[in-house]
Write a protein that binds this ligand. Sequence first.
Ligand SMILES: C[S@@+](CC[C@H](N)C(=O)[O-])C[C@H]1O[C@@H](n2cnc3c(N)ncnc32)[C@H](O)[C@@H]1O
Length: 656
Amino acid sequence: MVELIWDGKYDRDGRKVAPVRVALPFQDIETVNESAQQRQLTLDRLTSGRDATWRNRLIWGDKKYVLPSLLPEFAGKVDLIYIDPPFATSQDFSFDAMIPDDPETEGDQSRTFPKQASILERKAYRDTWGVAPDERSRGVTERDKYIKWFYETAILLRDLLSETGVIYVHLDWHVGHYVKCVLDDVFGEEHFRNEIVWIYGGSGRGAKAIASQFPRNHDVIFVYSKTNVVTYNTQVVERRVRTDEAHRAGYRQDDDGRWFKTAPRGDYTDESVKALDAQGRIHRTRTGGIRIKYFLRSEVGFVVEDAVVGDAWTDIPDAMHLPDAERRSYATQKPEALLRRVIQTSCNEGDLVLDCFVGSGTTAIAAEGLNRRWIAADLGRFAIHTTRKGLLSLSGVRSFVVQNLGKYERQAWQQAEFGSPEDAAEREQRYRRFILDLYRATPIDGRSWLHGMKAGRMVHVGSVDAPVTQADVRAAAAELIRTTGTGDGAPARAALDILGWEFALEVNELAKQVAAEAGVDVAFRYIPREVLEKRAVEQGDIQFFELNALSVGHRVEGRTLKLWLRDFMMSPDGVPEDVMKGVTHWSQWVDYWAVDWDYRGDTFHNQWQSYRTKKDPKLETEVNHTYDSGGSYRVLVKVIDILGNDTTAVVQVEVP
Ligand SMILES: C[S@@+](CC[C@H](N)C(=O)[O-])C[C@H]1O[C@@H](n2cnc3c(N)ncnc32)[C@H](O)[C@@H]1O
C-alpha cells in the first residue's frame, strides 16, 4: 500500500490522530442590511436561543476553532466547499494598505505601504510550519507540520460536507502533490473527481521563472466528492472563430453550408451510430472511419461553438488583470469568474457554500451573486473587512451577519491554562498575573480593582469574559484616588492603565471625564489575541496597543439627524513611522464607517455605510437620517481604519 506519512499522523497505539473538536458558540458582532422585521427575528432568537431564519455568515476566526464549532449545526449539510489555503509564508497575510488623499490640501497625497502580518497571523504560520529544535533533531520538517495541519482541516471539512457534496482544494506546485495524497486518504481515492489546471496566463511568476526552468503559470485545483452521487452541472463556454479561420481551427462545412466539428465515435454502439446517421450526424473519413458530427452555430462572420469546459481552464485571467471594480488589494485574491464556475458546476441555487480561508471574499461574493447561501471565515481581520466591503459593493446584497467566537474562545483558553471552574478565584488570580507579566507590570495584592503597577502607573486587568465597563473604570479610578500615597505599594501618582479584551462603548469619553473630575490620567490598552497562543508568548513579542479614538458630531433638525465624523486617531500598530508622519488629516486613517440609527444594546446593525474602494477612494464624512417617529435614540457609529481595526462611538439623540 502506498501511503504518505507525516510526523504525528499516528499515536503510540497506531491509531490516526484525530483533530480536536471543541465546539464553541458563535457571537454576532454585526448584522449588515438587516430589515426591521429580520431584526425582530434576531432579537427573538437571542431571547429564545433558536435561529428562525437563515443568514449568510462571515466569521472572523482560526479554522481550528471555527470548523469544529460549525459541526453541531452543519455536519453533513454543506453542499460545496472551496478552499484556497495558505501554503507559503506569512506573506499570505500581508497586504498593501492604502493611505488616501488629504481632502484639504492640493495635489494627491495618497500612497500605499506594505502591511506585514500581525503577530497573530504570523503565529498562525508558526503553528503551522514552526518546528521546535527537539522536533528538528527527530527529523521533523515544516512540511510535516503543514500536512498535519491540512489533514486536520480536511477531516473536519469532510464531516461538514453533505452526502452529495463536493470539495475544491486550490493549490500550486509548492504542496499540491502532497495534499493530493492527504485528500485521497481523507475522502478516498474513489472519490477523486478532477485535477483542474488553471492556467492564469502571463509569462509565469517569480524571479526563478526565467532562470533554469519553464515559467510557472498554472495552479491546480483538486476536486473530491463525499460519495459517488454528486451535483454536477456541465459548463459550456462560447468559442467564436472567424469564418475565414474556421477551417484552420478544425471546423468543417457540409454541402448545405452548415459548420460542424467531429469527434471519435467513442463508445457509441452500432445501433446508436445508425440512429445518428439517420439524423445526418455521422461523418465518414477518407479512410472509411466513423466520427460523430457536432453542428455549430453561425453568426455573421463567425462560427460559434458551445464548448464543454474540460479540466484545463485557460479562459480565466488572474486577479492582476481584473477590472478596478473587482480588485480588492489582496495579494492572493482569486478572480470571481473562477469561483463562479466552481459554484455553478457543483451546487444549485439555495445550496450552502463554505470557504474557511476566504481572504478578500471571492467565494462569498460569487456565491452571493449566484443566489447560494454561504459561510465564509478567515483568521485575518483585514480579510474580514475586505470581504464585507466587497459584499456591500454588490447591488442588492442579502443581509448577512459577522461573527466570531469572542469570549468563548478566551474562556476555553483560561480554563485550559489556569485551572478548572471550581477554583474560580485562584484561576482569576493566575490569569491576572500572567497578563501583568506579559505587560511587564509588577503585581500588587490587597486591592480589588488595581492589580499591578508599571512605570508609576497603576494597572487594572479586565476579565476574560466581559468587556471593561464604565463602572469598572470608575471603580478602578475611585480606588486609585482612595489609596494614592497610602501604605506600601501605593500609587505615587494618579495614572491608570486599563487592559481589556473588549471595551464598553464610550470608555474614551469617560476617561476624559475622569481626568477632568478626579485628575486621573486613564489609558486603555487592548490585550491582544496573541496572548492565547503559547508560542507568541514564549517569543515575548506581545504588544498592548492603545484604543483608537473617535469623535463624532451631531445635530437634530426636526426629525432629521445630521451626523459627521469630527476626528479620529489611530493606534500606530503596524504603521511604519515615516508613513505615520506623512498623514496630515485624520480622515486619511478612515477606510469605512457605518451607522446603526437605533442601537439597542444587542448587535451592531449596520444600516448605512460609506467606504473607500480602489475605483472610488472618496469617503463621505457626514450623513443625514430622518426618523419615522420622534423619541430617544442611541446611535452607534463604527469606524474601520485602513488596517481593518474597528472603533465605535455612541451618540444619544432626542428626536422631537
Ligand atoms: C490564499 S488566501 C485566500 C485568498 C482568497 N481565495 C481570495 O480570493 O481572496 C489564504 C487565506 O487564509 C487565511 N488563513 C490562514 N490561516 C488561517 C487559519 N488558520 N484559519 C483561517 N484562515 C486562515 C489567510 O488570512 C488568508 O486570507
